[in-house]
Design a protein around this ligand. Sequence first.
Ligand code: FRU
Length: 500
Amino acid sequence: MNEHDRQHQILIQQATASAAQAHESVSKDYYRQGFHIMPQAYFMNDPNGLVYYKGEYHAFFQHLPFSVHDGEKVWGHVKSKDLVHWEYLPVAIAPSQSYDRNGCYSGSAVDDNGILTLIYTGYIEREGDRTAIQMQNLAFSEDGIVFHKYENNPVISDPPEDGSLADFRDPKVWRHEDTWYMVVGSSKFGYGKTLMYRSENLRQWDYIGVAAESDGSMGQVWECPDMFPFERDTHVFLTSSLIIENEAITGGKNLYMVGSLNYEQGKFNSTFVGETDCGLDFYAAQTFHDGLGRRILIGWMDWHAAPRIEAVSNWFGSLTVPRIMTLLPDGSVQFTPAPELQQLREGHQHFEEVNLQEGIRGAWGDIVGDCLEIIAEFELGDAEPDAEFSISLRRSELHDQETIITYSSETETLTFNRDKSGSGFTGSKSCSLLPMSGGRIKLHIIMDRSSVEIFMNEGRLVSSNRIYPHPNSQGLDVYASKGTVKLKQLDVWKLKRVTL
Ligand code: FRU
């Protein structure tokens, strides 16, 4: 171990000890999730380095280990055998060198012949200048726990002409035939871009070209790009985009594109563009290929502008549940919750063929809970083209608190409304959703202590949201908010809590 390495390991021990010490009081907070990845304490943002390594799932994440508000980002680390029970591991990498002194920013991981290799962005602030320098670096581990930075970092120190110094981050690496490829997020003149590189050995990289860029409507800065070979000879490209207006970030977009990739020219051609998630709290999703031949996505179930409600209890941030991606016949992508989550189910209740009528509420009094899985299938008849149905979650006894999901057949939209959800942001968000054959709408809802993920119509669209209701608000209601609607089936399970 050289002196740099020793310094790095000391910083790692300090960071790990800080989050672990705060964990005891943090873990008492009611809003801690039951089965989602969260930081032990303090701040989390993007998932990083998702990888299946030596028979286990590893997830790293952007993490502030000393404060819930500010500081320099390290990579937090958890692993799991089944995508459900996660175990905290020591911090993997921390800023310790001139090339990453203000943060180890997002990146990816690969298994290089048994060496778990992290590829990440080193972030350096420049005094008196708002732009920062970003470089791509490597760190290696033989046991998947202790990481050593590569002595010849950075492996890419300057962006190419096509990119910009201010935005050059979040390398995603994958192997195709015998070569490594990398995409890096960037921007130029207000257009989000993704730059593509190739390498024989992960250490020397050659720039190939701009793999994809915004058409003007897809965000000004592209962060956390992800490119991978997918089913039926396609490639899928994912990007998390910042929308910037008058130099201020006003929103984010999560897009996926299905198409083909020309490896020689580094050009991606998309044939389908869709939204990875249309909820209020979702950003920076990453995917990986697991040991069972599946492509799995995990996103950050928050967003930089979120109100950070749980920060009063010294923690902030949750990832989504793992989602399996598959290609549908129409060329779009389906996202479904990993089936491993079914082991959390207990106390099943089932109902079928119920006619819901406007004005009748509260018919499901005995279904209560704050960690629930709900699968509901509705049928909308042709006779009432403006019928509407709703699912009310986390409803208080006095009905002054509830989170409402409403489908309108008139507008063909599903609206998530958290105006009366409790603490946090109010407001609502609608997603366009066409009924399936026979006028059917199917909603698969996974509700944890402070989140609601809605998988619509077999995962054609997903909406991820955080909520902070009172612990006593635990009621559920399913009702027609306009006209008459048939509830074909309703299945509800309570979900066990397994995380701390
Ligand atoms: C996305 C992002 C990345 C960056 C990281 C820093 O949320 O801004 O582009 O690497 O967060 O924490």
